[in-house]
Every structure is written in C-alpha cells, then in structure tokens.
Ligand binder design. Structure first.
Ligand SMILES: [Zn+2]
Length: 212
C-alpha cells in the first residue's frame, strides 16, 4: 500500500520515484508476478504474486508512478476518491490515458474519502455505490475493487461493498495471509512508508512488518 509518488519529501504518504523504482526493481529481480488487485482472484498457481496499490488518486501517480510502470511493464491498482478536495488529484484525461495503457486498474475509495464508521448506513452505502459509478464513468470499464478509507469499516460495510458489485476490497490490516484463506472483501495490505530503507522493505515483504 502506497499513496503518492512525487519529488516532495518522503513521508508515510509519499514516496520518491527513485525509491519506488528500487522497490519495483527488487520485486522484478526476485521473480514476483505483478497483478492488479481484482486479478488476484484468478491466479492460484504457487508462485509469488504482488499487487501494488496507490490510494486516493494523487496526480503524482501519473507524473512519476506511471512512467515507472511503463518502464518495467508492471501493473498497479489506484484507488480513486472522485470528490476528494484535499489533494492534487489525477485529472480525467490522465486517468483515461493510464486506463488505456492496460497497466493501471482503477478502484474506488468512496466519493469524499469518508470514514465509513462515522456516518449512518445510508450515507455509507451511497458513498460506496456512487464511487463505483463515478470511477466507471471515468474509465469506461467495470470498477471491481474497493479500498476502505482509513482502513475503517464494519461488517455491514463489507456487505454494502459486495452488494455494490465489487469483487475485492482492501483494508489497511498489515498482515500476510494465504490468498485462499483471505476474505476477498477484507484483504490485508503491507503499508510502505516513503521513509523506510531497503532493509526495512525486505523485512516488511517477508514478515509483514519491520519493527520487532
Ligand atoms: Zn485513502
């Protein structure tokens, strides 16, 4: 789980293109097969799979991430928040160009980046359903995957997400689980801060975390 890619200072929400490229080069070298999140459902071979995700829809993911994906010919999933006001977001034409490349899958992340656990069920359902429609309108293809903002959700939100037609949903639970044992609507992710070093990156990949 990443967020922005840009030349701004590294943080939990931003990784520099140089560091991200190091991560991707390492994963390619190690023989990982890169998949879009919704494609995880279709692959059961006993080989190492990885799905790169980028939340919120930062414009830096067009400027920098997209160039790296093209260079290494690897896919990624970007979770869009169509009405988010607090970030410099991807434009519709950038989204369409990335979609047309076949390298980027766009998922939904609610309309306004709302904490689902802080609103009533009707509002939560609307944020989930409307975001799927808005992303489909932007990309012209079915939107199959969802990310819970702030990793906050309840059992009823899982139901809303399923009923809206999403086949997978990702959380911020930092764990490594066998895909066959994971709930496809509650997939854990490994959080990658822009501030970690390569040793910490190896530890996260192998153990799910780098702190002892
Ligand atoms: Zn988010």
């Amino acid at each position: 789980m990443y967020h922005n890619t840009s030349i701004e200072p590294s943080s939990d929400m931003n990784i520099t293109p140089e560091t991200l490229e190091k991560h991707i080069r390492y994963l390619v070298h190690k023989g990982y097969m890169f998949l879009k999140v919704s494609d995880l459902l279709n692959f059961t071979q006993p080989i190492k799979h990885i799905a790169l995700t980028f939340d919120d829809g930062f414009e830096g993911n067009y400027t920098y991430l997209f160039e790296i994906l093209k260079k290494y010919k690897v896919p990624a999933t970007i979770y869009l928040t169509p009405e988010i006001q607090t970030i410099r977001a991807l434009t519709p034409s950038q989204i369409q160009e990335m979609q047309a490349s076949g390298l980027v899958e766009f998922g939904a992340h609610t309309m306004t980046h709302i904490n689902l656990t802080k609103v009533d069920d009707d509002t939560a359902k609307k944020e989930i359903v409307e975001s799927r429609k808005a992303v489909e309108k932007l990309t012209g293809v079915p939107c199959l995957t969802f990310a819970y903002p702030y990793g906050r959700y309840s059992d009823s939100h899982i139901e809303f997400v399923k009923n809206a037609g999403f086949t997978t949903a990702v959380t911020t639970k930092k764990r490594i689980v066998k895909f066959s044992r994971a709930n496809p609507h509650e997939l854990p992710r490994l959080s990658i801060s822009g501030r970690i070093n390569m040793v910490q990156f190896y530890l996260i990949l192998s153990r799910g975390r780098y702190k002892l």
